[in-house]
Design a protein around this ligand. Structure first.
Ligand SMILES: Cc1cc2nc3c(=O)[nH]c(=O)nc-3n(C[C@H](O)[C@H](O)[C@H](O)COP(=O)(O)O)c2cc1C
Length: 369
């Protein structure tokens, strides 16, 4: 064990909960659920391994919020019925039994839906075909379909879906929920100028493009009360467009983080390709902009592999917590390995492939502890 305690191993409070360190597992879709949206047989060990490995917080893979249009992939899990709730409860119990904390990431796919067990492909802010192609890794094939433009009634159903899912997340024993507002999925489709051509109160200027975020956060807070943590994730890039930048740059960041923070979120989670890089030419990194304008705890994500990457962000006050994606997949015991000065494993592209590789992955996760 190392003598010097680096900042990432200091505890941190998000409102009424205490993380034992500043290290979170980033949301990582593994498409390892069952077809009915319950959690699959390998998921308990998978999530518990991160808690045993020393992570202070785990944010789950994106979980769908309603049986209408929200589902993104085959074998994605949901929080829409009691069967799904009790399957997640075994996982939250397993994580808590190891002293970990776990937040559910709630996600609506919108135009990026590649599969829907319940109904047709989803709605989106506007009937615009998404850039790029469906993700083959998650059973996608070819171009995305042109989505249906959501009516105001459809948007109300989306908000209701997030509210119901948050209530069910509480019942399932989660310590918090993270509203997925990033990476090109439904909420980000509203925020993004080229996928939102609406002329009503949900389109046009930034205040309107953020309206659905505000409605969801406010309604979720009213439903779950103050005992549950609510966070929101933002990015500029998307799974189907990695180059996108917010058009008015720092001015957009200021408006976005100030107004989202006023809705009562407990934290903001930013993801960029490289967390410490300027968000725009000569600007602060996105995480630091969120800290400056949001004035709530900030989780930074993107390209953090080594202890030094993580410590620098916290020491420079660019973030309060860091989340690790690929490095956590490769090293579910990253915090313990760093503290005991074990060599970290490099991320291997095969680890992307959740189903083909699940049995091996599961054996691997057990053997690394
Ligand atoms: C296999 C995989 C699945 C992912 N699934 C999600 C997801 O469900 N929700 C989400 O917000 N981000 C998801 N991401 C993005 C990660 O949370 C993270 O932002 C990205 O991997 C960059 O961080 P890293 O450099 O630490 O890996 C996923 C990334 C990977 C590699």
């Amino acid at each position: 064990m190392k003598d010097n305690i680096s900042t990432i191993f200091s505890s941190y409070n998000i409102r009424n909960i205490t993380l034992k360190n500043r290290l979170a597992v980033a949301p990582l879709t593994r498409v390892s659920g069952n077809e009915d949206g319950t959690t699959g047989p390998l998921m308990k060990d998978y999530y518990q391994s991160f808690a045993q490995g020393g992570f202070g917080l785990i944010i789950t893979e994106g979980i769908y919020t309603d049986k209408r249009y929200s589902q993104c992939y085959k074998f994605q899990t949901g929080l829409t019925d009691e069967k799904q709730v009790s399957s997640w409860k075994t996982i939250t119990d397993a994580v808590h039994s190891c002293g970990g904390l776990i937040f559910a990431q709630l996600m609506h796919a919108g135009a990026l839906s590649q599969y829907n067990k319940y109904s047709g492909h989803g709605g989106a802010p506007s009937a615009i075909k998404p850039l790029g192609e469906e993700m083959k890794l998650y059973y996608g094939k070819g171009d995305y379909e042109v989505p249906k433009e959501m009516s105001t009634e459809d948007i109300k159903c989306v908000v209701k879906g997030f509210v119901n899912a948050a209530i069910l997340a509480k019942e399932a024993g989660f310590d918090g929920v993270e509203i997925h507002g990033a990476n090109g999925y439904l909420l980000d489709q509203f925020l993004t100028v080229y996928s939102n051509k609406r002329t009503d109160e949900y389109g046009g200027e930034l205040a309107n493009r953020l309206r659905i975020y505000q409605e969801i956060i406010t309604a979720v807070r009213a439903a779950v009360g103050s005992s549950m943590i609510i966070g929101v994730r933002f990015s500029q890039g998307k799974v189907n467009d990695t180059e996108y930048k917010w058009p008015k740059q720092t001015a957009d960041a200021k408006y976005t983080f100030e107004s989202i923070s006023r809705c009562g979120v407990d934290y903001i989670h930013t993801t960029e390709y490289i967390a410490k890089a300027p968000a725009f030419k000569d600007s602060l990194p996105l995480a630091e902009l969120a800290k400056e304008y949001g004035k709530v705890p900030v989780i930074a994500n993107g390209g953090i592999t080594h202890e030094n990457d993580a410590n620098c962000l916290i020491d420079a006050k660019q973030a309060d917590i860091v989340s690790l994606g690929k490095a956590a997949l490769a090293n579910p015991n990253w915090p313990n390995a760093v503290q005991t000065q074990q060599q970290l494993k490099a991320f291997n592209a095969e680890m992307f492939n959740p189903i083909a590789d699940l049995k091996t992955a599961n054996a691997y996760f057990k053997q690394t502890l």
